[in-house]
Ligand binder design. Structure first.
Ligand SMILES: Nc1nc2c(ncn2[C@@H]2O[C@H](COP(=O)(O)OP(=O)(O)O)[C@@H](O)[C@H]2O)c(=O)[nH]1
Ligand SMILES: Nc1ncnc2c1ncn2[C@@H]1O[C@H](COP(=O)(O)OP(=O)(O)O)[C@@H](O)[C@H]1O
Length: 191
């Protein structure tokens, strides 16, 4: 049996984690582990696709590998969702904050391939979040949070394994992702 591997996509808000996850699904058929959150959906976010959207009560009825509080909302990833993604393909991806990414590296070791996303100038992030349709108050709270500031830096616990992707220009970031996939022998339309 082939080893199961997990691309853990992490980095600060707006750096392109969701974009990368969608790219891996669309062009490499790598399934994404869907996580749970108490955050309200943004425009175009559908329940069961972007997240499982939960109430503060329903959130705590699930079984989590880990969960975090990020800028006032809870987010958690379940063992069942990871198993479901690995059932489809020996590679899967998950989008996590850096705290969650560290938990996964500690739990799964070299099965985890962290992809740390960053940008050269954080001013670009504000524009991106507004363009994405995030409400102004949400952007303000998000950028003022300790979690946002923390996630701008690559944590030391991820440094050995992480691929750092500077996503200023999508064409450049995409080429780097294609090169990473190539290094793992992953071809387009893998599963
Ligand atoms: N630890 C952990 N982080 C999660 C989980 N689901 C989502 N996140 C992270 O929570 C943070 C906030 O997510 P979101 O509200 O969608 O904002 P975004 O980063 O602007 O797309 C991001 O860093 C996500 O990667 C989870 O199950 N566990
Ligand atoms: N290289 C890029 N240049 C400009 N806009 C981008 C780039 N990468 C992603 N975006 C856009 O920026 C917004 C935030 O990206 P997203 O993938 O949602 O980030 P995250 O999941 O890290 O919060 C989205 O509207 C996305 O389409």
């Amino acid at each position: 049996m082939l080893p199961q591997r997990l691309f853990v996509i992490t980095g600060a808000t707006g750096t392109g984690k969701t974009t990368v996850s969608h790219y891996l699904t669309k062009y490499y058929q790598i399934p994404r582990v869907i996580t749970h959150t108490t955050r309200p959906p943004r425009p175009n976010e559908k329940n069961g696709r972007a997240y499982y959207f939960e109430t503060p009560t329903s959130f705590f009825t699930k079984h989590y590998i880990e969960y975090v509080k990020y800028a006032d909302y809870y987010y958690g990833s379940s063992r069942e969702a990871l198993a479901a993604a690995w059932h489809k393909c020996e590679y899967a991806s998950i989008v996590l904050d850096t705290k969650g990414a560290i938990t996964y590296v500690e739990a799964l070791g070299d099965q985890v391939i962290p992809l740390f996303l960053t940008v050269k100038h954080t001013t670009a992030l504000v524009t991106r979040l507004a363009k994405r349709g995030d409400q102004q108050e949400m952007i303000r709270r998000r950028l003022a949070s300790a979690e946002y500031k923390r996630d701008l830096q690559l944590p030391v616990q991820l440094a050995r394994q992480a691929e750092v992707i500077v996503n200023d220009e999508w064409a450049t970031a995409r080429a780097q992702i294609d090169a990473i996939m190539g290094n793992y022998g992953i071809k387009k339309a893998l599963c």
